[in-house]
Write a new protein. Structure first.
Length: 266
């Protein structure tokens, strides 16, 4: 008598992803999150010293876009959203909007690389090399060209070099793991740490250009030393609050997860 084998185990569920997609992310997702970036750009959370212009709250979610959409799609959403905000919210666009667009794009791209798949597991090394070059350029401009004392530069660039270390070390993977956790306390911790890291790298990607253009003197460096880390903590806190809520909602409604996202463990 022939035995009948009844399959056991968890029932498989297949979700299809209709419509056009970029790197496994539906274009509709990119459009929606680009719009969120543009809206949050209206809200300033800090004032750029000497410019009179506000830094937008949208900076806090640049990393979130990378974690939700992946590197390429997240960077595209940041570019579109930041470009729109240049025209709709010029009070937070900065003196050179192209620098803000670059900062948003590299932030989302690097955030997506924190949880890259096996084929992309070494992307962080290329990014770390880029950030190292930017830090070297910043140090050259400050110390060699303008005579800023070494200790002043180290303190003034604290969020820049600390973010490189956090991105290079296993903390990068730790933050990604926490963000994909089912425990939302861990998710919030992961988002805070990841936002500190990625927003620090975004700052590093912009500051050599702004410093080359404005050449602020040593007294301004001393004034910024206690301010810049506090601003980055504010980005981390607001990113954790917004990001934890968004991820909680996305998991609850069970939307199709973009291929390269890391907000839900696969």
């Amino acid at each position: 008598m022939t035995e009948i084998h009844i399959p056991q185990g968890r029932e498989r569920e297949v979700n299809t992803m209709g419509g056009a997609a970029i790197d496994g992310t539906p274009i509709t997702y990119i459009v929606v999150l680009a719009a969120v970036v543009a809206v949050l750009a209206f809200i300033p959370f800090s004032i750029a010293l000497g410019s009179g212009k506000g830094m937008p709250l949208s900076q806090s979610i640049y990393p979130l876009l990378g974690w939700l959409l992946g590197s390429w799609a997240g960077a595209l959403a940041s570019i579109i959203g930041t470009l729109i905000s240049v025209f709709l919210a010029p009070h937070t666009a900065g003196s050179f909007p192209i620098i803000a667009i670059w900062g948003g794009a590299i932030a989302s791209f690097a955030a997506g690389a924190m949880g890259a798949n096996r084929k992309r597991r070494f992307w962080y090394l290329g990014l770390t090399f880029l950030f190292g070059l930017e830090l070297t350029a910043y140090a050259y401009l400050a110390i060699i060209r303008n005579g800023i004392p070494l200790n002043t530069f180290i303190l003034g660039a604290f969020i820049d070099w600390s973010s490189i270390l956090l991105f290079l070390l296993p903390t990068r993977s730790l933050f990604a793991k926490l963000i994909s956790s089912s425990n939302f306390v861990k998710v919030a911790i992961g988002i805070f740490g990841g936002t500190w890291t990625i927003c620090g790298l975004a700052h590093l990607s912009q500051v050599p250009f702004t410093y080359y253009l404005f050449n602020w003197p040593e007294p301004i460096w001393n004034a910024l030393i206690p301010i810049i880390p506090v601003e980055n903590v504010m980005r981390g806190v607001s990113g954790a609050v917004i990001g934890t809520g968004v991820i909680s909602g996305l998991r609850a409604i069970n939307l199709v997860q973009p291929k390269e996202s890391l907000y839900y463990g696969k």
